[in-house]
Ligand binder design. Structure first.
Ligand SMILES: Nc1ncnc2c1ncn2[C@@H]1O[C@H](COP(=O)(O)OP(=O)(O)OP(=O)(O)O)[C@@H](O)[C@H]1O
Ligand SMILES: [Mg+2]
Length: 760
């Protein structure tokens, strides 16, 4: 056999059926032996190749194109006479076994290769090539084309002469490759996915920032802003942690869904609480007294109580005594409308250098109003206390709980229960609003409550209150208030100067007496406003020249006919009408109890909006009169075949029903004796069947009302005598008080001695 020229293939393996081009001079040889070589070491197996083309290259040597034919094992080598290395070889062409033996392997191999090609993005040409290969050995050799197999693997395939073994080996290599490719692809996909998502988000955020900037919203991201605000808010630790937790939740969520806007609202509220802010508390009783005096006329008792209250607080603070939790009482101002309760609350704030917030409780029936709704509610909000703190901007304001007598309770929960907690110094340092759901320290708040009447305040609340009563003003006090406060305020409000209009006290008194009927001064201020408005109009339109002095005629001219009549004289001119004194929702008032008789059979008819207590009083009154008819000089048969009708006009229904008792007795007795009631006398007192007169409440208010209504005598139950001390001296001077213990004393005082015939 002929020896073949050996051509070393450095780091490359050529297989049968594979074309290669090498730069080598092969002389005139038709065939050569291509032998893989690595690190100068030849393999022991090579491929016999046919030379299909030779090209002479420009300048240096040749290039030949060779085509592998079959395997060969190398034998001995020797140089020929031209110095060319030639080797002996043994041809090892493939011995393909029967197709049946390799069919499954082949199918498997093709499938794996197809998949690999698929993954590499083959355009179909290589697939077609692989498909065109017939013969198991040749098929196994296609692994030699694979760029992913290394030199050693390829050499292994070359060295495996047994076709079945070789196919198995190739299949093994290709499977490994496929697995590797798959893993690589998965990783790449994952990475790409992540990267794409990040990129997408990045772009969206950039866009959002741009839009926000365009809208003039701030630069930093929303979360950053909250972060700074939370850091600056000076919250207690627990609250700050809660805020940070919510902020984290918000950040995780991105700020575009509904939930995140709820978190923002929550954070906004949390930040709205002035956690670390407080006004410098000024507990100086002298200064406080000065402020209270400057703002309010009269009310000496009230001012003194408030000053004392502050003085005690000051002492306790100075001596380092903790706020006494048991004695923590709430200043509560109770009195008729317009008597300055709200405005004195403002003065307390001014006197102590605190902020003032008014919190109206009128009509509040729901605990959630006070405490807020839990956050799980749609549209939940914090309660009024949190809102009050926000409005105050400090943690130690004066909060006025206005109209505590008008809170109600129903199935939505009792608001007074929440208020109790708020007002209880033992609990209110850790008040929990349902919405915020963090602890709020309310212990520095100075609570002041107001009410018109005491009896509708929930008892548990009333128990904790330190009550200061506002009983209404006397005419002289009203004149003084008008002079010092209302007049200057209205003058200024109507665009005038104090030196342009004047009015004497007598004129002011006329306005008070003839145009107002109230315990407070609201209506008075309105009337003065009207008066000054008319005056301002006249000055502005040139009708008169400033300065203007307003006299009684000008008052009548501006305010019209007197609005208040002293009707006692007219009403009591006939027998059967008595003047009672009562306390209603708007203060003291006079009321006329009317009695009449008519055909019937000795019964009692009641009209007017009388409560049960008053109806009972009326029955007792009638029984008393009947059983004492002889002493009273009433004809025994006066009631034969007749009914008595008692009427109390609506609008003057007293809060304390029984106090009209003696008035009813007097009215009935007057009717039956035909003796009219003295027109100058007013009365109040409860009556028993035995004819005793029992004490009543609100004496001062009643006396003031009697005075305002032009009465000059008041019948007062014995046990109320001490209360007369509360009546201002100037009123006391003008009144005569009759202290009584029994009804016959009352009747002796009240009934005129002359009898009048009743018109039929
Ligand atoms: N003693 C007073 N001195 C000066 N001004 C007074 C005095 N009393 C009341 N006023 C004025 O009368 C007006 C009404 O008072 P305010 O609103 O405080 O009444 P209130 O007692 O709160 O009534 P309500 O029960 O209806 O709430 C206020 O403008 C107040 O300044
Ligand atoms: Mg008020």
């Amino acid at each position: 056999m002929t020896r073949l020229r050996i051509i070393a293939m450095d780091d490359a393996v050529v297989f049968p059926g594979m074309p290669v081009t090498v730069t080598a001079d092969v002389g005139d040889d038709e065939r050569v032996l291509l032998v893989p070589r690595q690190n100068k070491v030849y393999a022991t197996v090579g491929v016999v190749a046919e030379v299909s083309e030779r090209v002479r290259m420009a300048g240096r040597g040749f290039a030949v194109t060779l085509m592998g034919v079959h395997r060969a094992t190398l034998g001995g080598a020797a140089e020929d006479k031209d110095g060319v290395l030639r080797v002996d070889y043994e041809a090892r062409p493939d011995q393909n076994p029967p197709a049946i033996q390799t069919r499954d392997l082949e199918r498997e191999y093709r499938a794996v290769v197809d998949e690999i090609l698929e993954m590499r993005g083959d355009d179909g040409r290589i697939k077609a090539f692989v498909r065109s290969i017939a013969g198991a050995g040749a098929l196994a050799d296609t692994a030699g084309y694979s760029p992913d197999l290394n030199f050693n693997q390829k050499l292994q395939i070359l060295e495996t002469f047994d076709v079945v073994e070789r196919l198995k080996l190739s299949l093994q290599f290709q499977r490994d490759r496929l697995a590797e490719l798959q893993v690589r692809k998965r990783i790449r996909d994952d990475v790409e996915d992540g990267a794409q998502k990040q990129q997408r988000e990045y772009f969206l955020r950039k866009q959002m920032d741009a839009i926000r900037k365009e809208l003039g919203e701030t630069d930093g991201s929303v979360a950053d802003e909250y972060c700074q605000k939370i850091a600056a808010a000076g919250m207690p630790d627990a609250v700050r942690q809660q805020a940070e937790r919510e902020l984290e939740r918000f950040e995780r969520m991105g700020d575009s869904n509904a939930e995140s806007s709820m978190i923002r609202t929550y954070l906004d509220w949390l930040l709205a609480v002035p956690w670390s802010k407080r006004s410098e508390d000024r507990l100086d009783p002298v200064h406080a007294a000065g402020v209270l005096d400057a703002d309010h006329e009269g009310l000496e008792d009230v001012k003194r109580r408030i000053t004392e209250y502050l003085a005690v607080r000051k002492l306790r603070a100075e001596r380092g005594l903790a706020e006494n939790r048991k004695s923590g009482v709430i200043l509560t101002l109770i009195g008729p409308p317009g008597t300055g309760k709200t405005s004195i609350g403002e003065s307390i704030a001014r006197a102590t250098g605190r902020q003032f917030v008014r919190m109206s409780l009128g009509g509040v029936r729901d605990e959630a109003e006070i405490r807020g709704h839990r956050r799980t509610y749609i549209g939940a909000l914090p309660g009024r206390l949190v809102r009050a703190l926000r409005d105050a901007g400090t943690m130690n304001p004066v909060i006025m709980l206005d109209e505590v007598d008008k809170i109600g309770a129903d199935w939505r929960g009792d608001p007074s229960a929440a208020l109790l907690e708020v007002l209880d110094p033992a609990q209110n340092h850790a008040f929990r609003d349902h919405y915020l759901d963090v602890e709020l320290d309310l212990s520095q708040v100075l609570f002041v409550a107001t009410a018109n009447v005491a009896d509708t305040i929930p008892p548990a609340l009333f128990d904790r209150m330190e009550v200061i009563r506002f009983d209404g003003y006397t005419t002289e006090e009203k004149v003084a208030i008008a002079r010092r406060h209302l007049w200057p305020r209205q003058v200024e409000r109507n665009g005038l100067r104090l030196d342009e209009v004047t009015a004497t006290d007598a004129t002011l008194r006329l306005v008070v007496a003839d145009y107002t009927r109230e315990a407070g001064v609201r209506q008075l201020e309105r009337e003065l406003g009207k008066l000054l408005r008319k005056t301002a109009t006249r000055i502005a339109s040139g009708d008169t020249q400033a300065p203007v002095s307003i006299d009684d005629a000008a008052v009548r001219d501006a305010l019209g006919r007197p609005k208040v009549f002293h009707e006692a004289a007219v009403r009591t001119a006939v027998p059967g009408v008595a003047t009672g004194l009562a306390v209603t929702g708007v203060g003291g008032d006079v009321l006329f109890v009317e009695a009449a008789d008519m055909p019937g059979n000795g019964g009692l008819v009641l009209t007017g909006q009388l409560g049960d207590v008053m109806k009972e009083s009326a029955r007792i009154a009638l029984t008393y009169v009947k059983s004492h008819s002889s002493e009273l000089g009433i004809d025994d048969h006066a009631l034969d075949g007749r009914d008595v009708h008692v009427h109390v006009p609506a609008g003057a229904i007293p809060k304390d029903g029984p106090s009209a008792g003696i008035t009813m007795v007097t009215a009935i007795a007057s009717l039956l004796t035909r003796r009219p009631v003295k027109s100058s006398i007013g009365m109040t007192g409860e009556v028993t069947l035995q004819g005793r007169v029992l004490p009543i409440g609100g004496l001062k208010q009643k006396v003031l009302a009697a005075h305002a209504a032009g009465l000059t005598e008041v019948v007062v139950p014995e046990r109320n005598e001490a209360d007369l001390d509360d009546v201002p001296a100037d009123v006391r001077e003008h009144m005569r008080f009759h202290i009584v213990g029994t009804v016959d004393q009352v009747l002796a005082l009240a009934l005129e001695s002359r009898e009048l015939a009743v018109a039929a």
